[in-house]
Design a protein around this ligand. Structure first.
Ligand code: ATP
Length: 297
């Protein structure tokens, strides 16, 4: 019986290992498939980021995943170097699509996107991705240690640098309190982290990468107000001196933005600072009043 059990047990372990590897491979191919949708132009140049940072600009951008269904219909805005612009609007209005286009997962059908005055289509994808840090809504963690997951932002980073980034992202104390600390395995086979904790790991990764351009896709999940304030503080520490595009679901995150864009059905229907939009008494002011009364309730 024992003789049979050991090989069967071994097979079970092997099966789980193979299944996990396939899951990882599957994720990788999904990413690669997306990347294959666009190719570097033969004359593509590396992005040059000037010392003052990289402004980013959308000029009359039209985009559809499927030609029969336009998603972005003439989007124009710019984020000056070192400033933060926030995008708000209902689910499906096209906010995350802006981030995907900036990262050049897809090419646009009409208009121009520029980084530091250089057109995205004429730049090498490698140099663009090097310059942009994304804190996504849903961070994928590797089945590896916490240290590996954070250091992924800058391979070769020292433990001290990893810990510094984790402290700034306010996840260090949580990690230090686990029995194995930075050697704790995370991901599907390890310690399960909450959405907020995963997002902090992503923030630490991005802090280590230290890119001039930042995209922050705020998690949709409801947070209590203490957690919300903490995420806001982390966000402003990451965004300092960077050109940042924040896709926000909670309006309290955007009050200090240089400009707020209100999107609806692929168009910008209102824009301005928080004070200007409140004074305009339009869609943003209604959304603000609703969130305030929701929080009060
Ligand atoms: P949310 O606030 O829910 O994240 P969003 O404003 O970020 O929404 P997007 O993710 O930009 O919205 O999606 C805009 C529209 O594009 C949606 O109708 C969505 O169904 C569609 N869409 C998104 N990704 C794809 C895709 N890969 N293929 C086809 N359609 C897509």
């Amino acid at each position: 019986m024992i003789q049979l059990y050991i090989p069967l047990n071994f097979l079970g372990v092997m099966y789980r290992e193979i299944k996990q590897s396939l899951t990882d491979l599957d994720k990788m191919f999904t990413l690669m498939d997306r990347e294959r949708e666009v190719a570097d132009a033969p004359s593509a140049q590396a992005l040059v980021v000037p010392p003052e940072g990289a402004a980013l600009c959308f000029e009359n951008v039209h985009f559809a995943y499927d030609p029969a269904r336009p998603i972005l219909k003439g989007i124009s805005f710019d984020v000056p170097a070192g400033k933060t612009v926030a995008v708000v609007g209902p689910s499906g209005s096209g906010k995350s699509t802006l981030a995907r286009l900036l990262f050049r997962f897809y090419d646009i059908q009409q208009g121009r996107i520029t980084l530091a005055g250089q057109e995205l289509r004429q730049l090498t994808q490698g140099s663009v991705r090097q310059a942009i840090g994304i804190v996504p809504q849903d961070t994928v963690l590797f089945n590896d240690t916490v240290e590996y997951n954070i250091a992924y932002g800058r391979p070769g980073a020292s433990r001290a640098e990893v810990e510094e980034a984790a402290s700034a992202a306010r996840i260090h104390d949580f990690i230090a309190a686990t029995p194995k600390g930075y050697a704790t395995m995370v991901g599907e086979r390890g310690l399960k982290l909450s959405g907020g904790e995963k997002q902090r790991v992503a923030i630490a990764r991005t802090l280590l990468k230290n890119p001039p351009i930042l995209i922050f896709d705020e998690a949709t999940s409801a947070l209590d107000s203490a957690n919300e304030r903490a995420i806001q503080a982390e966000l402003s520490s990451v965004a300092q001196n960077k050109t940042a595009l924040v896709i926000a679901h909670r309006l309290s995150t955007v009050v200090d933005a240089h400009e707020i864009l209100v999107m609806e059905a692929g168009q910008i229907i209102e824009r301005g600072t928080h004070a200007q939009l409140l004074a305009a008494n339009g869609r943003y002011a209604t959304m603000w009043a609703l969130q305030q009364s929701g929080e009060a309730a």
